[in-house]
Design a protein around this ligand. Structure first.
Ligand SMILES: Cc1ncc(COP(=O)(O)O)c(C=O)c1O
Length: 467
């Protein structure tokens, strides 16, 4: 993807602004998006004066009319304001990008964002998606626009069946796949079907997902994590655990992988107790030091509900996920899905099916893998020998051990750096004497735009230097 970064000197806008115009987007659309991003993430502050159209046109190598059209569009959208004789300015924007409510709302846009959770959404393959969408709609029969199978479109289930088998070692006949609105809906539907069951979830793990389980009627108990992943022996204690949710490929947030003996022990537990393993394979495609280890589901397809998502590979905005279920759960989960939202919207499903069957999905994943691998290497390089980066070379985050989480976080906040930390992931954050529990930063190296990543790392280095 060709990117053109045009530095605009401080004289123009009061800040050294880089506009990344992605050539494939089309010139005007690219300029609009780049400016919109700059206003949203604060690089262009309210009141900042934009360069004259002629000047920006020269710097970008486009016609003046193109820049003028982009400015006009952003004035119409309320991002910019233009006054006769006063040039074009960034508007004051209280309402343009109102924060969504809820747990994932990101309160203020930090200057440097190394929080885990999102990929670099600037890499969304808009062109490939558009092509896939066009082809999918051209081929779609009329009934595709009607209510459909609660499990999702057969085109996507068939495409996923092949992809998951080949890329993740999942045994996935299309009739056992249910398309969901992301992992989060899969987890909620499974919990509802388990009807008030006790569900073990990794400790540390993502608090949002614990809350999702509770709100769907599940009772959450912790299962500890060590260097070999989830401590399966803890399932034998008096809790009457019916299901366990794990991240075997790359534990979130510690980054360890589930040891082969633990994999065996977990599937033995499930077989012996009639328990269910929920396998959250949220970033299984991203392994940098070797071939990805196949999904746990492949060795226990009758005991595992495998859940995957497009959130890390394409983007969370799609809200597209998939479950591969043991046979006895297909009908109950499809029924829960029907009574939740009939089915996941069809158009995106058809586009994703096309993206997968044309192999554009694989190409995109490969390109992202390279990009994230470089980012992880840079992180490890920066931290050098005196910092322990825990976990395997995989995914979009790494755990960096620190001596004093609270002090490091305070310094990070001062430096405009947002970063995750282990403390927010424990089931019972207040418990355990200080020093007993591991302390660490959960560094999401996938999140920043490519251009700001080196600087974000530098700031992280400075923040850690005082630890
Ligand atoms: C541990 C874990 N699982 C799953 C997901 C994906 O969730 P969803 O598909 O609902 O976006 C995430 C995203 O942040 C995650 O961190």
């Amino acid at each position: 993807m060709a990117e053109r970064a045009v530095p605009l000197a401080p004289g123009h806008v009061g800040v050294d602004l880089h506009l990344e115009v992605i050539a494939a987007e089309g010139r005007r659309a690219g300029i609009e998006r780049a400016l919109r991003d700059a206003v949203r993430d604060g690089r262009l502050a309210p009141g900042a004066l934009l360069p004259a159209t002629r000047r920006l046109a020269d710097e970008l190598g486009v016609s003046r009319g193109t820049v003028k059209a982009a400015y006009d569009q952003l004035v119409a959208e309320g991002y910019l304001s233009a006054r006769q004789g006063a040039g074009t300015q960034v508007a004051a924007l209280p309402s343009v990008d109102a924060e969504p409510p809820g747990a994932h709302a990101r309160a203020r846009v930090p200057r440097f964002d190394l929080r885990p959770g999102s990929p670099d959404v600037g890499t969304f393959p808009a062109d490939a998606w558009l092509r896939a969408l066009r082809r999918a709609l051209a081929a779609a029969p009329s009934p595709a626009y009607d209510y459909g199978d609660p499990r999702g479109r057969i085109e996507l289930r068939t495409a996923l069946s092949g992809y998951l088998g080949r890329a993740r070692g999942v045994l996935a006949p299309p009739e056992r796949i249910v398309i969901t609105s992301g992992y989060v809906q899969g987890l909620a539907l499974l919990t509802r079907v388990l009807d008030g069951a006790t569900i073990a979830m990794e400790d540390p793990g993502l608090p949002f997902h614990r809350e999702v389980v509770r709100r769907a009627g599940g009772r959450v108990v912790p299962i500890g994590i060590d260097g070999h992943g989830a401590r399966v022996e803890e399932l034998a204690d008096p809790h009457d655990v019916s299901a366990v949710v794990v991240t075997p490929a790359h534990q979130y947030p510690t980054g360890v992988t589930l040891h082969p003996e633990r994999r065996r022990a977990l599937s033995d537990w499930a077989r012996a107790r009639g328990g269910l393993i929920v396998e959250d394979d949220y970033d299984g495609e991203f392994r940098y030091d070797r071939q990805p280890v196949g999904a746990l589901q492949g060795m226990a397809p009758g005991q595992v509900a495998y859940v995957g998502t497009a959130s890390k590979t394409l983007g969370p905005a799609l809200r597209l996920g998939w479950m591969v279920l043991p046979p006895h759960l297909v009908d109950p989960v499809a029924d829960a899905k029907l009574h939740s939202d009939h089915h996941t919207e069809t158009i995106g499903q058809l586009a994703l099916a096309e993206l997968i069957t044309s192999h554009a999905y694989d190409r995109h994943v490969r390109a992202c893998r390279l990009r994230y691998r470089r980012r992880r290497d840079r992180l490890v390089e920066l931290l050098g020998a005196h910092r322990n980066v825990r976990g395997i070379a995989a995914g979009l985050h790494a755990l960096v051990e620190v001596a004093d989480e609270a002090a490091v976080l305070a310094r990070a906040a001062e430096a405009g750096l947002a970063v995750g930390h282990l403390g927010e992931h424990w089931h019972a954050p207040g418990e355990g004497a200080a020093g007993e529990r591991a302390q660490g930063l959960v560094v999401g190296y996938g999140t920043p735009r490519e251009r700001v990543y080196p600087e974000a790392l530098e700031v992280l280095g400075r923040v850690l230097a005082g630890d």
